[in-house]
Design a protein around this ligand. Structure first.
Ligand code: ZN
Length: 290
């Protein structure tokens, strides 16, 4: 059997979707791939672009994962083409209708705008099971901040309104995690004194008291923003022109920036972009990396 490893990604067709990105990651790690998707246009495009970018063998197999015959035909085709399967990634398969009560950790890595789907996804881990005491929820997207805590009181309706989470002020029927006494509207248990104040989430040593603000701060620490990269690119062109004896009019860089972003650059953005250009020039002066 060949040493070449092979992966299948179902639901991998949507451009920049989670499956597509996982598929790209696997291909970058050296796997050959089958993209299985119900959308032929998406699937073909994904297979072509991943092949072009990584040089791996990538095939598309049109598949309806809700039909057993279709899935069996897909796996048969992959085995016929590649001879083996090492990695199987199913995207969006375990969000609902999947019943494994032993599950005691749910990692939600996707975005979601539906309270009903949010509760469904977390609910995969909330089923009781012998000797299971809790379920760890890792909410990587901060959905708790936008859709509320999945264990908060909710109103369920079969008449079109769906599920509506109660606001935290309405939560009256939660029980103490230690002694199981009703908490009422208090965060501190009157029975045992346990404090149920939710911990303030942190990222990069910042308290995320205001989620949006913290998120923006965290992003700006992680990577230079698109704005500053674009501005640095403009300033770099300006420097190149100057080195060839052509001068830009004063304010030309700001004007070009405004054509793209529909506002003037802020002074701190100009400073950051200038630093970036200077750092790139210093790098170029000490070593040729071309
Ligand atoms: Zn208590």
């Amino acid at each position: 059997m060949s040493e070449q490893r092979v992966g299948i990604v179902t639901g991998g067709g949507r451009r920049w979707g989670m499956g597509w990105q996982i598929a790209m990651g696997l291909a970058n790690k050296g796997l050959d791939l089958a993209i299985a998707d119900i959308r032929e246009d998406w699937g073909k495009e994904a297979a072509e672009s991943i092949k072009a970018e990584t040089g791996r063998r990538v095939i598309f197999v049109k598949t309806d994962v809700s039909k057993r015959d279709s899935v069996q035909a897909m796996t048969a085709k992959v085995i016929a083409e590649f001879g083996r399967v090492d990695v199987l990634v199913n995207v969006a398969v375990l969000t609902e209708g999947w019943d494994n009560p032993r599950c005691d950790c749910v990692i939600v890595a996707r975005g979601c705008e539906s309270e009903a789907l949010w509760i469904q996804m977390v609910g995969r881990g909330l089923r009781p099971f012998e000797a299971k005491l809790d379920c760890l929820l890792l909410d990587l997207q901060g959905l708790t901040h936008t859709l509320g805590r999945p264990d908060a009181a909710a109103t369920y309706s079969l008449e079109g309104a769906g599920i509506t989470l109660a606001t935290s002020a309405d939560v009256g029927d939660r029980l103490c995690k230690v002694c199981k006494a009703p908490l009422g509207k208090s965060l501190v248990c009157v029975g045992c004194g346990k404090d149920h104040t939710p911990p303030v989430p942190r990222a990069l040593d910042l308290e995320l008291t205001d989620w949006q603000e913290g998120w923006e701060a965290a992003k700006s620490q992680l990577a230079p923003s698109r704005v500053i990269l674009a501005l640095a690119g403009i300033l770099h062109k300006q420097e190149l022109a100057r080195s060839k004896g052509k001068l830009w009019k004063p304010g030309a860089a700001e004007f070009r920036f405004q054509m793209i972003f529909r506002r003037r650059p802020y002074p701190n953005e100009m400073a950051a972009a200038r630093n970036m250009v200077r750092a790139a020039q210093n790098f170029g002066a000490t070593g040729d990396h071309a």
